[in-house]
Design a protein around this ligand. Structure first.
Ligand SMILES: N=CN[C@@H](CCC(=O)O)C(=O)O
Ligand SMILES: [Zn+2]
Length: 416
């Protein structure tokens, strides 16, 4: 496929650039008046219109040639933090939240993660696959071209395995890269409410070996938070996961400064996610670390909790990514366009920074930036063409409306 007359080809980073640290986040190379050639599912070449040879033009039949006049071409959004396998939404908690109940109060009253775990227990693998597929199709239509998906609503060996098998089926059925994360340490199930050591033993002695045997997960996540998993419990779980080759991705500092960032960095976590609550020690810890700070502004928006200190992290030379956190409790939205807008409006990132955080750094947070997240020759041809837009900044500026007009996955238009 040949796309010509592109107003701006966004994110033409050098191929060897695999992540953007600190102030580099503002570097978003855009090629104006450009063309791009996609072949065999990959980006074959690109350049400015004056460099497009007659030979290339004549090779492409009309149906394989698209003019993107007035439009921008972006690399697909890379959403590195989601929980899209769940049995049912939780609108009943929405009303409670509006009436003033906090996330912690709802969880303590038997809502929250345990509510989703109860609902998931009775759902079949097929039902979960169908509903997660519908969510994923919606996300793809909104421009997402790579995604990480967590378990964590099973909270028993059988149900966690059921969730991970659903994620495996999604990997096989969808034309985008998908990473799977074991999040059994999401909450203590009712039966282990007073036996934390017993649940940790269940995870380390039964679940992890079973997950490894079927090769069902790429990462291990822990909700390290007051009332959920403590620092020493997180430490024990991450050490056990490492023995099975699972690297950490931590839910850290969502509700309090929990020490989750430090324990994650100590275990060489790929990312520490949330960080709505930060202090100087968190910034210092991430400033020289390869662990990515993944911020989830849609969660702050929905729960009414603080927005992460994105500027502080960028100024401290940390690596900042943005993701949706799509889940039924704290973020019932998988729209990365809204994340880019919130990244600008609430996290005070410039449009170039927010776009990089949702593409190349999002890919890095899934260890996929060698393959996706920017426009470079040889990378996977997952991208989208916008509607006509006056400028790049129009995308985050026009929040709540999608500017994504055509989605291309592996070099082909997505009609799903
Ligand atoms: N905080 C932990 N996990 C999810 C919320 C899960 C839920 O409420 O169902 C999150 O990332 O926000
Ligand atoms: Zn989450």
């Amino acid at each position: 496929m040949l796309i010509t007359n592109i107003k701006g080809l966004v994110g033409v980073h050098p191929k060897e650039k695999l992540l953007l640290r600190g102030q580099e986040l503002a570097d978003l190379p855009v090629l104006e008046n450009a063309w791009i050639l996609l072949e065999d599912g990959l980006i074959k070449d690109f350049g400015t219109m004056d460099s497009l040879s007659e030979t290339i033009k004549s090779q492409y039949a009309t149906h394989d040639k698209h003019s993107a006049e007035g439009r921008y071409v972006f690399p697909s959004w890379c959403d590195s933090h989601t929980h899209i396998v769940f049995a049912a939404p939780r609108e009943e908690e929405f009303a409670l939240k509006i009436a003033g109940k906090s996330y912690e109060e709802i969880a303590a009253a038997g809502g929250g993660i345990l509510n989703s775990a109860r609902k998931l227990q009775d759902a079949s693998e097929d039902e979960l696959f169908e509903s997660a597929s519908a969510r994923l199709r919606d996300m793809i239509r909104q421009g997402t071209g790579a995604v990480e998906i967590k378990s964590g609503y099973g909270l028993s060996v059988a149900s966690e395995l059921k969730m991970l098998r659903v994620i495996l089926r999604l990997k096989q059925a969808f034309p985008i890269p998908i990473k799977a994360t074991l999040l059994a340490a999401h909450a203590y199930p009712q039966a282990y409410k007073n036996d934390h050591a017993g649940y940790i033993r269940l995870i380390t002695e039964e679940l992890l070996p079973a997950v490894a045997k079927e090769n069902l997960a790429d990462y291990m996540d822990v909700f390290c938070e007051q009332g959920f998993f403590s620092i020493s419990e997180t430490d024990e779980l991450l050490s056990a996961a490492a023995q099975y080759g699972l690297k950490p991705k931590i839910h850290a500092n969502q509700l309090s400064v929990s020490g989750g960032v430090q324990i994650g960095v100590q275990h060489h976590a790929v990312s520490v996610d949330h960080l709505e609550e930060t202090d100087g020690s968190v910034l210092a810890c991430l400033s020289s670390s390869d662990t990515i700070a993944t911020l989830l502004p849609s969660c702050s928006f929905y729960l009414g909790i603080p927005f992460a200190n994105a500027r502080g992290l960028v100024n401290a030379n940390a690596i900042v990514a943005l993701a949706t956190d799509y889940n039924p409790g704290s973020t019932p939205s998988g729209n990365m366009n809204f994340v880019v807008s919130l990244g600008c409006i609430k996290l005070k990132l410039q449009p170039q920074e927010a776009i990089n955080a949702c593409t190349l750094n999002g890919a890095a947070a899934m260890e996929l930036s060698h393959e996706i997240g920017s426009i470079a020759i040889g990378k996977r041809a997952n991208l989208f063409i916008t509607r006509p837009m006056p400028s790049l900044a129009f995308l985050p500026y026009s929040f709540g409306q999608t500017q994504v007009e055509t989605v291309i996955l592996n070099g082909e238009i997505y009609h799903g």
